[in-house]
Write a protein that binds this ligand. Sequence first.
Ligand code: GLC
Ligand code: MN
Ligand code: MN
Length: 435
Amino acid sequence: MNFFDNIPTIRYQGPEATDPFSFRYYDAERMVAGKTMAEHLRFAVSCWHTFLGTGQDIFGSAVHSRSWSGANDPMERARMTIRAAFEFCQKIGMQYYCFHDRDIAPEGETFAQSCKNLEEIVKLAGELQKETGVKLLWGTANLFSNPRFTHGASTNPNAHVFAYAAAQVKHAMDATKELGGDGYVFWGGREGYETLLNTDMKKEQENLATFLHMAVDYAKKIGFTGQFLIEPKPKEPTKHQYDFDAGTVLGFLRAYGLIDHFKLNIEANHATLAGHTFAHELTVAASAGKLGSIDVNRGDLLLGWDTDQFPTDLYETTQAMLVLLQHGGIGRGGLNFDAKLRRGSTDLEDLFHAHIGGMDTFARGLLVADKIISDGKLNDCIAKRYSSYESGIGKTIRDGKADFDMLEKWILENGEPKLMSGRQEYLENLLNCYI
Ligand code: GLC
Ligand code: MN
Ligand code: MN
């Protein structure tokens, strides 16, 4: 069955192209800074939004209806949906996909039935991967939709739920391994609390750490070598989530002896919800050597929740690609479109416009970032700003050979430091020259 017959295969046609079903910047094979665009960007489609999204919100029911969602039998629906996913990836030239266990296969009456359902669809997905060459970027378990997870998964006050979550993650890891996934994501949407009046925060965080250690042990046991990723988000659905932001997660991983086993999956809109910029969160993760993968989307400045919109802001994508290029790239991670159509974007073709726009905006951001780096002006300014650490007293400090007594003596001899401009407006203008 073909689900996208009315849509042409999307190809690169160059910046002058007027065909909305073409890429103007994303040219998969084009070399940029020593790698192809496809190698830099490793785009992925997210099964939950792109193939299951209905435009539903808390004020209204589904408005998007898709031909692959029509079957009455949930397993037949799942088979059609995974076929649609691979056809979509081929049409648009997406190399990877990401899923939660419950996106690709429905829950059954019992846990055992749920596992069987998942195994069947995983087998089909494996065949489709072989047929199409599309690969799995990462898999994960949905530990937040079912009512049993209302009070959390591994941080649930009820040990029975902890055990259920563990059993579910075990199978989701098996599925990810079988499909050759490059990563496995832990997003703790309900790992947090609503009120301290009923919460033992310390116990919950210890349990979360115990759970993650079990996952590390299980990966070793089955020989899963994909990268474990934690995706920070400060709130929503829970009022206060333990994986608040990149800095908080890094501190948590260090405190519980997990730091060597995890990297971070940074999502643009989760960064802004935490009161940071996307580039800030990427930089925190990358500076610690822990930038593992990215969920690309954006929020809305006027709204305080996770709108998961498709990325269209060239300033944001340029800054993101600057961080990536300067920190050696995304490795085994990728750029996953964790983004959904607006409720009013009802048509199948809107799915294509959305992904084309996102891919082009990142491809263009990559080109701009590469130009900024090769021109060197921006980095020269930064290097100059810190040049006092290259020699003299600055070098002594950097070498770890200074102490307070020595610096007091030095100040008594050298007096007042000279105030230097940060040149912010100049640099903002400079950035505009490239964009
Ligand atoms: C949920 C979150 C999303 C996360 C995904 C993977 O869908 O909304 O941000 O990336 O789960 O766990
Ligand atoms: Mn995400
Ligand atoms: Mn989000």
